[in-house]
Design a protein. Structure first.
Ligand code: HEC
Length: 211
């Protein structure tokens, strides 16, 4: 029992390091095209430095079929909309949503959820799927994201109706700035360093997981 608990704790701490240094996304050039009837090939190499994606209000987007404009149009719409196939969305390096071809998996609006391991060497897909992917803290991606009101296409942001994640703005920024896959990580401000310390403390103290 004790061993099991220690294992759980060390996993969580490890998870935090992974996050600290985490991951993601770049276009798979081979699949760039008009997106019609193309099978998207998604593997470890699909994902790279999170900050190489396009920032939108604090999260990042890309489109692995090359139609970034269509993705940005929905992301920037004040009334929401349905993200086009190929859309990649990330808030933290280790967690990604990718929009597959229409009809791939209607229950998730064709979103596939990914949980990645990230390091200076790149990304490793630990888990991928639709309704049963959980993050490193045991939270089910779909269970939270399905709570977003329909016009937001399962994208939660802060006010779309999902259960909140226990991360402050500063923690999110610090996590994004320490993605180990990026070659140009900036120095953290003192406030961001503090946020990171606090995050580590919460995690090692067994505080609320869920992001
Ligand atoms: C406890 C509920 C919860 C769980 C579990 C969860 N998320 Fe989220 N997720 C959120 C919330 C809330 C936000 C928005 C946070 C913000 O913007 O401050 C978010 C943000 C995101 C974003 C950025 C776009 C958006 O929806 O705002 C992505 C991508 C994402 N999560 C993917 C995942 C993946 C993949 C998993 C599982 C591996 C996961 N999430 C698990 C609640 C959750």
């Amino acid at each position: 029992m004790k061993t099991k608990m220690m294992f759980a704790i060390s996993r969580i701490i490890l998870g935090a390091f992974v996050l600290l240094s985490s991951n993601f996304i770049s276009a798979d050039e081979s699949s760039v095209g008009n997106g019609e009837a193309q099978k998207m090939e998604i593997d470890d190499s699909t994902f790279s430095c999170i900050r190489s994606m396009t920032p939108v209000r604090g999260f990042y987007v890309d489109n692995i079929l090359g139609d970034l404009d269509a993705t940005l149009k929905v992301a920037n719409s004040p009334t929401g909309g349905t993200y086009p196939p190929g859309s990649v969305v990330q808030l933290v390096p280790a967690e990604v949503m990718v929009k597959l071809e229409k009809g791939s998996f209607p229950a998730t609006n064709d979103w596939e959820f990914f949980e990645l391991g990230v390091s200076a060497k790149g990304s490793t897909i630990n888990k991928r799927g639709f309704v049963d992917v959980v993050n490193q803290f045991g939270g089910n991606c779909f269970a939270c994201h399905v709570q977003a009101r329909p016009e937001w296409d399962m994208v939660c942001e802060k006010d779309h109706g999902c259960d909140p994640i226990p991360l402050t703005e500063e923690m999110i920024l610090a996590i994004q700035k320490t993605d180990p896959r990026c070659e140009d990580n900036p120095t953290l401000s003192d406030a961001e360093k503090n946020a990171m310390r606090q995050l580590m403390k919460t995690l090692s103290g067994g505080g609320e997981p869920g992001f």
